[in-house]
Design a binder for this molecule. Structure first.
Ligand SMILES: NC(=O)c1ccc[n+]([C@@H]2O[C@H](COP(=O)([O-])OP(=O)(O)OC[C@H]3O[C@@H](n4cnc5c(N)ncnc54)[C@H](O)[C@@H]3O)[C@@H](O)[C@H]2O)c1
Length: 319
């Protein structure tokens, strides 16, 4: 069942936000997008992300900042909003070590303002883009929502956990329904240029060496963006009170396997430059998706190979 009313997507011009927006529009829903076009990566890519949505009569883009209550009120007053998917953030682990204050400002203060504006506007349900990084440095897996998350190892991870805690207070005090989607490394068309698969592919196609931090044995639960978006839509349509849910693929892929898959998909040999491991980077992420499956029927279906093929096809198309 679809949630009634228009969906407000914060961070709609980004990688995940624009993919979600296209999915919602394809399902016949109306979307208001709020995005500040933060300069973390070029505005040009974000505008391209929105080309399809902009061609739809059911989409409206507002330029605005989630830290600014007036921008949020404007977005929420523009038409009846039934639910919010809150994805606007400063994303990325490594840059958060350089700009911890900015990360807190956008991800904690900004998220607080989003939840507050939702309550004031009478919007009953928010899906919040949290992160697998909240699980910290772990030697075992898979990670379950009931696991301890008291030891984040980067400012980014700490701001995402803080966002979950703030969400819970709004649920407790105001009855706001919030589903915190703990997203495990998304990849696919429109991927952010700072993320491993995209960064490696761009460098390989340019004939440049790719930096690998550590020996390449670090693993991630890489989640194809369409599978993730399916989970976000299910979360949007089924308010659960307050919920923490993992959205991953439920399996791990090493950095070395990523490189081998890109070599085969791009038909280019990689030149690897090994660098020391970076502080803030975890050695593994791995989602137990039992809870999202049970609560929402979440079911990722795209193999890593298929996902990389979709991604490299997009990369070639846009060149
Ligand atoms: N991509 C991943 O693998 C991943 C993993 C875990 C969690 N997440 C979370 O999912 C969300 C989306 O990630 P993404 O990869 O699409 O990132 P992205 O950077 O492509 O998208 C984020 C968008 O938010 C916008 N934004 C930033 N600050 C803003 C502000 N103050 N006000 C309004 N808009 C602002 C940016 O301009 C950008 O378009 C983020 O919250 C991120 O932390 C992503």
């Amino acid at each position: 069942m679809s949630a009634p009313g228009t969906v407000l997507v914060t961070g709609a011009a980004g990688f995940i936000g624009s993919t979600l927006t296209d999915r919602l529009l394809a399902e016949g829903r109306r979307v208001v997008g709020l995005d500040s076009f933060d300069p973390f990566y070029p505005e040009d890519q974000k505008l391209r992300n929105l080309e399809k949505a902009e061609a739809s009569g059911a989409f409206r883009l507002l330029r605005g900042d989630i830290r600014n209550g007036a921008d949020l009120d404007r977005a929420l007053a523009s038409e009846p909003i039934g639910a919010i998917v809150h994805l606007a953030a400063l994303a990325g682990v490594r840059p958060s070590l350089e700009r911890p204050g900015d990360y807190s400002d956008v991800n904690v203060l900004g998220s607080t303002r989003v939840f507050d504006a939702a309550v004031r506007a009478g919007v009953p349900h928010v899906v919040f883009g949290s992160s697998s990084s909240v699980y910290g440095e772990r030697s075992e897996g898979p990670f379950r929502e009931s696991d301890s998350v008291e030891r984040p190892i980067s400012p980014y991870a700490a701001t995402k956990r803080a966002g979950e805690l703030v969400a819970h207070t709004f649920h407790h005090i105001h009855g706001l329904s919030v589903t915190c989607a703990r997203i495990f490394t998304a990849f696919g068309p429109r991927q952010r240029p700072d993320l491993a698969i995209r960064k490696f592919a761009d460098l390989m196609l340019a004939g440049e060496p790719i930096p690998v931090f550590g020996d390449g044995s670090a693993v991630r639960d890489f989640t194809f963006v369409d599978d993730l978006v399916g989970g976000l839509v299910a979360a949007l349509d089924r308010p659960l009170g307050f919920a923490l849910l993992n959205f991953g693929a439920g399996r791990t892929i090493s950095v070395n396997e990523v490189i081998a898959q890109l070599e085969s998909s791009l038909g280019v040999r990689a030149r690897v430059e090994h660098l020391p491991r970076q502080p803030g980077d975890v050695t593994r992420t791995w989602a137990d998706i039992t809870r999202a499956r049970a609560e929402l029927g979440y079911e990722p279906t795209t193999s890593f190979e298929e996902g990389v093929a979709h991604f490299t096809a997009w990369l070639r198309e846009r060149a």
